[in-house]
Each structure stands twice: as C-alpha cells, then as structure tokens.
Design a protein around this ligand. Structure first.
Ligand code: FES
Length: 522
C-alpha cells in the first residue's frame, strides 16, 4: 500500500525491482555486443542467444531502467493516427509492412509470454484513438479505412469504455498491455551463461570499426563481430541521426481507479493536448495510467505544471485524485515517423542501429530485435527494407527535417547570444538556472542548504546549451535530448561525457559579481 505519492517513481520500477548484473571487468570477446539494456537490446540478445550466438549486453545504468522503464507499455500496431499518413508518404505496400510487422512484434511478445510462462500482467485489450470533437471525424474515418485496408481489425465506434462522451473513436481489437519490467527482466534473466553476459554500470564510449569491432567502454574493451547500438538515441553520430531523429519529453501519472471507472481498453486522444489512458492491476486495486504533455526537452521552465495538467484531467474526467506514482519519460521520433532499424550506415558491415520508435517502443523495440537478429543470422527479413536507416524519404520527412533543424540551429546559436541569465541569489534552494559568471554562462544548481554547484552548460554531445528541468532536477539539452544530473553526470544520451565542472565563487562572491564588484580571485 502506498500512502504518499513517491516523487518521480515509475510504477514499473517500483513494483519490479529486479536483479542486478555486474560491471564489465577488463576486456572480453563475444559474437555480438549490444549497447543498451532496453526492450530493443534485450529482445535482440534473447533471439541471438536462442540461435546459438554469444552476446554481451552493456548498459550504462541498469537494464530496463532507461526509457523502457518509464513507458506506458501499450503493445499495439495502431500508433495513433499513422496509416493514412504512411499510405500518402510511403505508399500502401510500405504502410502494410508497417502494420504487419508491428502486429507481428505484438505476437512475438505474446509468444515469449506464453512459451516461457512469463508472469507480466499481459492482457489483451482493444486500443482506441478517440476524439471529443466532431471536426476530427473525417480524419478518424480516413484512418479506419486505411487500417482496415492494411488488414488491421479496425472499426469506427462512438461507444467506448471512457466515462465521458467521444465524437468518435478508431477501435483496433486484440491488442495488448503488460508490465514491461516484469516481462523484460524475465528475458534478461535468461541471457547470462554459456558465454553470454549482461553488464550494468558500463558505459559505451565509442565503437572502433574493425574486424572484429571494438566497443570502448569505461570498464574495458568489448570485441565483437557484430555490434548493435540500441541506446535509444544513438551514441554514435555516424549515420547523421542527430538531424533525423528528435526527442520529446512526456509525463505520466498513476492514479487509483474509482469503482466503475475501468475503461476496459487502451486509449489515446488524437488532438492536442494528447491524453493516453490505460489500466494496470495492483494488489490494492485497479490503477489508471494517464500520460501526455509532450514537449521538447530543456525548453519548459515549469515542468511541474505538466503533472498538474494530468492530475486535473484525472480528476475532471475520471473523478480520480489519488496519485500513487508519477514519472516522466523521453521518446525519440524519426522525422518520417518510421523507426531506423538495421545497418547503421552504408558500408558499416556488422554495425547496427535501432532508434526513432516514437512513443511506441514496445512493438517497435521488439521489431528492432527481430529485424537485427535476422540480419546478424543471415536470415532474409521481409520488413527490413522499410526500416533501412539510410533511407531518405523527402516527401515524408522534409517539413520535419527543416523544422527540427531550425530548432537545433536556434538553440545552438541563439542560446549563446541570449541574455536573460539570472543571479545566484535569485535561484531558490533546490532549483537551477543559467548564470553569467565572469562573462561566461554557467549552469548553477543551488542545493537545499544553499550551496551552489556549477557546471558548464555546453552539452558534450554537439555543443548546444542545456536548460533546467525543475520537476526532474536535471539539466536537459533541447537539441537531441541528452540529460545530466545536478553535478553534470550523464543520465541520458546521446552524450557520453559529463558536463565540465565549473569553479564558482562562494555565494558572497557571486553576489559581488551581481553588484559589479567581483574581482578575479573568484
Ligand atoms: Fe546533442 Fe546536446 S544532445 S547537443
């Protein structure tokens, strides 16, 4: 029983603590090195080990504690409104591959659950994309027609299990939801042994392309014939992914469901602001998992307000106000809406990448494991071409490429020129801000005791300036989503190096600077 809401604790992490795995100690050689212990990495490792390969999964933190530990864990091939758009931009055959491959990923998960007897609250549920506005009905009808033509069990309905009326909804039957950590920790438990490993607290720093490849980590060197980069946002910049994928933060709260508020399905609204709803069982009764409030990292001065918006929705629409968990997550989107899965770039034999899953990592991440495992095993995969990472579909991506590229340029250049820095005295305890110190920008965090902690605001990935995240107490980069804790340590890539430490004057010295009296001893 949870009496008070834990601060920023994922339901999945709180209710499935899981085992720990050792660090890499020294150098090692395996058939396949997999960077990243989320759903893509662990699925790839599982399939390859089953096929007789030796694998090593290396994870900078702990497995299933990155993005996969903070998902809403809907397992569906209906990724909001997507199929009418894919038919328009990629063509009907490609859209059919997207639908069939994601449906196959759903069934791959179901098969693991059934065959291995994995107790992970796997439940078949219908998935709904709904709108409360009649003006959206045409869009919904077009999507239903597209999904039906591609073979999905889709229909247009006006009655849902939601406790409020909708103008219409796209319903896709026989989809699923589960507890992602209970599922993936069972897969992870089967990986070590017979020459295969999982290493935690082992950060990949680089991959030297050779034969075999050499993965340079902060704990040793891993040699492998094949290397899979499944680090959510790729830590390697060799495929120009920094221009083709973009990050968004999103928020989730978990509230106790009142009697009669079980919506009997998974839901996502098609308009703004997006609202995602599903249920999760708990020993104390049903929970509602409610998500939304998407925004670019590092740009929102009051991320706590995002949680308040979701709480308002839970109260107003479901009459539920007992928040038991809340957390935020970060998703990576491909500019053309199709994930990048396969060879990292042309000519990079035996080096693979999986990224750009959008907010649909359960099926897309599983699919990535299936496609990359096939590639390494020499099996022809009928879906691989659609997801080829080096594609460039301008019809599907030009507008987003330009918009996201302009945004990165705005941050890279504009943030350096911008004033607006604050003074240390103005920073409340427990908060951070960019401060002008000796004419240099410094990212300053003031702890609860009033002590100042300064780090360089220059992101170690490609040099944009980080912004303060008040809800998570972190420095977030608006360009590609790297995140750092208050001491500058990397907590989310693509950056692999920490922010540089900055020596600050003591508090009185900083105050003197504000008054224009600071000398160079500070
Ligand atoms: Fe790329 Fe910061 S994440 S510059």
């Amino acid at each position: 029983m949870v009496d008070t809401p834990p601060e920023h604790m994922s339901l999945w992490i709180a209710t499935a603590p899981g085992p720990t795995f050792p660090r890499l100690l020294g150098d090692l050689t395996v058939d396949v090195a997999i960077l990243g212990g989320g759903i893509a990495g662990l699925t790839t490792a599982t399939l390859l080990k089953q096929a007789g390969k030796t694998v090593a999964v290396i994870e900078a933190d702990q497995v299933v504690r990155g993005v996969t530990g903070y998902t809403t864990a809907k397992v569906t091939a209906q990724h909001n409104l997507i199929y009418a758009d894919l038919i328009d931009t990629f063509g009907e055959d490609a859209a059919r591959i997207y639908a069939h491959s994601n449906q196959a990923a759903l069934e791959r998960i179901a098969q693991f659950v059934a065959e291995d007897g994995i107790d992970c609250d796997f439940e078949r549920k219908p998935n709904y994309c709904y709108s409360e506005s009649a003006t959206d009905l045409t869009m919904l009808e077009e999507e239903v027609t597209a999904a039906q033509n591609l073979g999905l069990p889709a229909s247009l309905v006006t009655a849902t299990g939601l406790p409020f009326p909708v103008a219409g909804a796209l319903r896709v039957d026989h989809q699923a939801q589960f507890h992602p950590r209970k599922y993936l920790l069972q897969l992870a438990a089967r990986i070590p042994g017979a020459g295969s490993f999982i290493f935690e607290h082992t950060r990949a720093l680089d991959v030297e392309e050779s034969n075999p490849h050499r993965v340079i980590t902060d704990q040793g060197v891993l040699q492998a014939q094949d290397v899979v980069v499944a680090t959510h946002y790729p830590i390697l910049d060799r495929g120009l992914f920094f221009a083709r994928v973009f990050p968004r933060r999103e928020y989730v709260i978990c509230v106790r469901a009142n009697e009669g508020t079980d919506p009997h399905g998974m839901y996502i609204s098609i308009g703004e602001p997006t609202r995602s709803v599903r249920t999760a069982p708990s020993p104390d009764g049903l929970l509602l998992v409610i998500g939304g409030e998407k925004h670019r990292p590092g740009e929102d001065p009051d991320t706590n307000a995002r949680y308040r918006q979701l709480e308002h929705f839970a109260r107003e629409r479901f009459g539920c106000d007992q928040v038991v968990y809340r957390w935020s997550t970060q998703d990576t989107y491909a500019v053309d809406r199709v994930p990048y899965i396969g060879r990292l770039r042309p000519g990079a034999d035996h080096l693979y990448v999986a990224t750009g899953f959008g907010a649909w990592g359960m099926t897309n991440g599983t699919l990535a494991g299936m496609i990359i495992a096939d590639a390494i095993l020499g099996v022809v995969n009928p879906w691989a071409e659609l997801y080829y990472p080096s594609r460039l579909n301008l019809r599907a991506s030009a507008a987003k490429l330009l918009k996201e590229g302009a945004n990165v340029a705005r941050h890279f250049i504009g943030d350096r020129l911008a004033g607006g820095e604050t003074f240390p005295d103005a920073i409340p305890p427990g908060e951070g801000a960019i401060v002008n110190h000796h004419g240099e920008k410094v990212a300053v965090y003031k702890d609860e005791q009033g002590k100042l902690h300064g780090v360089s605001p220059v992101c170690t990935h490609l040099g944009c300036l980080v912004g303060w995240n008040t809800a998570e107490k972190s420095w977030d980069c608006p360009c590609h989503g790297s995140r750092f804790d208050v001491t500058g340590q990397v907590i989310h890539g693509p950056a692999v190096a920490n922010l540089a430490q900055q020596n600050l004057a003591d508090r009185s010295g900083m105050a003197a600077y504000r008054d224009g009296t600071e000398d160079d001893r500070a």
